[in-house]
Design a protein around this ligand. Structure first.
Ligand SMILES: Cc1cc2nc3c(=O)[nH]c(=O)nc-3n(C[C@H](O)[C@H](O)[C@H](O)COP(=O)(O)O)c2cc1C
Length: 273
């Protein structure tokens, strides 16, 4: 159960920790120090906002699952124009170099992705990373076989996707599912948590955004995940634990193409009230 510890000398009793607690369980008793409401520690989600915002660094949140923060503190600011340009130039990468990505680089990405928001700070995304490119091709082939069989059996799949075209592309040496990406990152969620799927998608969106900063490219694998969800042998070959639901996935690798400009987009569809 999370607990908060206060450094009495440093605490100025400013009350910022009290104002930021999402569950209102941090209080500042008259003449006392900030503390959890009696018996409420189990409701603490260890979001760490009280510790992160304390101007005098007087609070520490501790919980068995939390790992020490190895990064320098301080505010990271990026000019809006720079960040906007970066986000506009992010692309779904569909051509990759054959070169694999070092595991340490993928670990660096995932180390940033773990700071993505999760409902009730559950941090409950389970990752499954196919680093071995040959294994990814084997699994993709299983997905293609499933598509071929589903199409032959007249399933609704063929109407939804151009299945025959994709199967043909694979037979001609192209990879319409994973675009010859060397790696695939699959985000899974526990089925007993209704917001876990949302958490998984948000985390993957972080991965999509951070990848170019490492010179990498990513692309959502909508068709691949569709196959994982529908093809039991493929799911079994992945070896996912039964309680882990595959939510979505992302191809990862070094891009073979450098985009010169951002593509056109529709205007935002907004209702103002
Ligand atoms: C949920 C989702 C699933 C997607 N699935 C695929 C896919 O299976 N294959 C693919 O090449 N692109 C896939 N994409 C990428 C979209 O086609 C892409 O985001 C869109 O064309 C806009 O291009 P951009 O991301 O470069 O701006 C997917 C994107 C999302 C958000």
């Amino acid at each position: 159960m999370p607990q908060i510890f206060i450094n009495e000398q440093n605490c100025t009793r400013c009350g910022i920790c009290v104002s930021l607690c999402p569950y209102r369980i941090v209080v500042l008793p008259d003449g006392g120090l900030p503390c959890h409401v009696q018996g409420a520690s189990e409701r603490c989600i260890a979001c760490g906002h009280c510790e992160a915002a304390c101007p005098s660094g007087a609070i520490v949140v501790n919980d068995a699952r939390l790992v020490p923060m190895p990064y320098a503190s301080g505010v990271a600011e990026i000019e809006p124009a720079r960040l906007g340009a970066y986000l506009r130039m992010r692309r779904s990468i569909r051509r990759y170099r054959e070169e694999p990505v070092e595991r340490t680089t993928i670990e660096q990405l995932m180390d940033i992705v773990r700071f993505a928001p999760t409902g009730r700070n559950r941090q409950d995304v389970h990752w499954f990373i196919i680093q071995d490119t040959r294994e990814l091709r084997r699994l993709t082939e299983m997905a293609i076989d499933w598509m071929r069989e589903s199409s032959a059996a007249g399933s609704s799949l063929a109407a939804r996707f151009n299945v025959q075209g994709m199967v043909r592309a694979w037979e001609e040496g192209r990879d319409p599912l994973c675009q010859h990406a060397p790696h695939l990152v699959i985000a899974c969620a526990r089925e007993d948590n209704p917001v876990a799927g949302t958490n998984a998608v948000i985390a993957l969106a972080h991965l999509d955004i951070i990848a170019p900063a490492f010179g990498l490219g990513a692309c959502w694998g909508g068709i691949f995940i569709f196959a994982v969800q529908g093809c039991e042998p493929l799911r079994a070959a992945l070896g996912l634990p039964p309680e882990h639901v595959p939510i979505h996935c992302m191809m990862l690798g070094y891009p073979a193409i450098h985009y010169q400009r951002a593509p056109k987009r529709n205007p935002s569809d907004i209702v103002w009230r």
